[in-house]
Design a protein around this ligand. Structure first.
Ligand code: SAM
Length: 351
C-alpha cells in the first residue's frame, strides 16, 4: 500500500508538475530504496528529453571572500577572524576567464561575499570587459543582496544571469539561520526584482541545514514552482568549524539527490547544478547528481590561493577535478557515466 503510494505521487508529480505541501512531505517520508531509484530514473528521463546527454559547464570564479553578512552557517561570515581574506583584481578575474575560455568554457560565474569593494563602478567595467573579450559567453553574478538600481546597472553592463539562493522559504527557519539584521522578505524581494529586470535567475537552498524539516523542504519546492527560476542551486549543508553551526551534522547526500530529482520533475527545463557541496560530501556526488536529474557542473577556475580561502564549509573541494588543472579528469568522469560536456553558454531551454 505504502509502496504504491510513492509511485503514484512520483507519477503525478511528473504529469502535473505539482504536488501539495502535504503530499511532498508524505513522499519524502514514504520513499524507500526502490522508490528512490524510480524517482531518479524519471528525473533522468525528463532531463534527457530536454537537455539530452549534454552537461553544461560554468567556470566558477570566487573573486572575494570579504563579507558584511554574518550568516550562522557560512565560513566567510564577517565574524570569522580565522580566515585569510582576499579579493581578486580585475586582471586576475580576466585571467581566470581566459584560462576557462581556453578550456572550452562559455559561461562564467562571479561569486563572492557581500564585499563593500563590490561597488557598481568597480564591477561594471569588469563585466563589460569580459563581455567585450568573450561575446559568446554568459556572465552570471552571485554577490548577494543589492539595490534594484545596482542590479539594473550590472545588467546594463552585460550580466546575463544572477544566482541568489532564497536559502529557505520558511520565515522562521530563515530567522534560525541568519542574524536578526538579515531579512527573509528582502531576499525574496531581490529575487523578484532580478526577474523583473530580465536576468535569468537562480535560487536555491541547502539540504539538511539546522532546523530544516520536511515541511520546510515542501515550502522550498512550492516556492520554486511559484518563482519558476531558470536555475536552482541546492547542495547539502556542510558544517564549518569556525561558525556557530560547527557542531551540527551535515545534510544527507541521499536526500539532496532526492530533492534534485523532485526539482527536475517540478521544473523540467530548469538548469540544475550538481554542486561543489555535493561533490564534497561524497566522492562521486556530482556524478550521482547528474544521474538524478542535474545537468550543470561548475568547476572552480579561481587561482589556488583563492580556492583555499573561500572556505564556506569544511573540506571544500579545491583541487583535483574541481580545479581547472583537473578539468580533463572531470570530463572523463562525466563521460564515464554516459554524458558529455557541451561547449556552449548553456542557456535554459524554456519554451
Ligand atoms: N554572498 C552571495 C549570496 O549571499 O548569495 C554568494 C556567496 S554565498 C557564500 C553562496 C552560497 O553558499 C549560499 O547561498 C549558501 O547556500 C552556500 N553555503 C554557505 N555556507 C554553506 C555551508 N556551510 N554548507 C553548504 N552551503 C553553504
Amino acid at each position: 500500500m505504502m509502496m504504491n503510494r510513492q509511485y503514484q505521487l512520483i507519477d503525478r508529480l511528473r504529469s502535473d508538475r505539482l504536488l501539495s505541501a502535504e503530499e511532498i512531505v508524505e513522499l519524502l517520508r514514504c520513499l524507500d530504496h526502490e522508490g528512490r531509484d524510480y524517482l531518479f530514473s524519471q528525473a533522468a528521463e525528463v532531463r534527457q528529453q530536454i537537455y539530452g546527454r549534454e552537461v553544461y559547464i560554468r567556470g566558477l570564479i570566487e573573486f572575494t571572500n570579504y563579507c558584511r553578512n554574518n550568516c550562522y552557517y557560512c565560513g566567510i561570515r564577517r565574524s570569522n577572524r580565522r580566515l585569510t581574506r582576499y579579493r581578486l583584481t580585475a586582471e586576475e578575474i580576466l585571467g581566470c576567464c581566459e584560462q576557462g575560455y581556453r578550456l572550452g568554457m562559455r559561461s562564467f560565474v562571479l561569486q563572492g561575499g557581500e564585499d563593500a569593494a563590490n561597488s557598481d563602478s568597480y564591477l561594471t567595467p569588469i563585466i563589460r570587459r569580459i563581455k567585450e573579450r568573450y561575446p559568446d559567453c554568459a556572465v552570471t553574478l552571485s554577490i548577494g543582496e543589492r539595490s534594484c538600481e545596482s542590479y539594473q546597472a550590472l545588467f546594463d553592463a552585460g550580466a546575463d544571469r544572477y544566482l541568489l539562493r532564497h536559502e529557505t522559504a520558511n520565515a522562521e527557519h530563515y530567522a534560525l539561520l541568519h542574524p536578526p539584521e538579515m531579512s527573509w522578505a528582502h531576499r525574496r524581494r531581490c529575487i523578484e526584482q532580478l526577474k523583473e529586470i530580465g536576468y535569468q535567475v537562480g535560487c536555491g537552498f541547502m539540504v539538511g541545514s539546522p532546523g530544516q524539516t520536511a515541511g520546510c523542504l515542501a515550502e522550498d519546492l512550492l516556492y520554486l514552482r511559484q518563482v519558476e527560476p531558470h536555475m536552482v542551486g541546492i547542495g547539502p549543508f556542510i558544517p564549518q568549524q569556525d561558525t556557530p553551526f560547527a557542531g551540527h551534522p551535515a545534510g544527507s547526500v541521499e536526500l539532496t539527490l532526492v530533492l534534485l530529482a523532485l526539482i527536475r520533475l517540478l521544473l523540467p527545463d530548469v538548469l540544475l547544478p550538481a554542486t561543489t557541496a555535493l561533490g564534497t560530501a561524497c566522492a562521486d556526488g556530482r556524478e550521482r547528481g547528474l544521474m538524478a536529474g542535474a545537468n550543470v557542473v561548475m568547476p572552480n577556475i579561481s587561482p589556488r590561493y583563492a580556492r583555499e580561502n573561500y572556505r564556506l564549509y569544511d573540506n571544500k573541494l579545491n583541487s583535483g577535478s574541481e580545479a581547472a588543472e583537473g578539468y580533463q579528469e572531470l570530463r572523463r568522469r562525466i563521460e564515464g557515466i554516459g554524458y558529455h560536456i557541451a561547449e556552449s553558454r548553456g542557456d535554459c531551454r524554456r519554451s
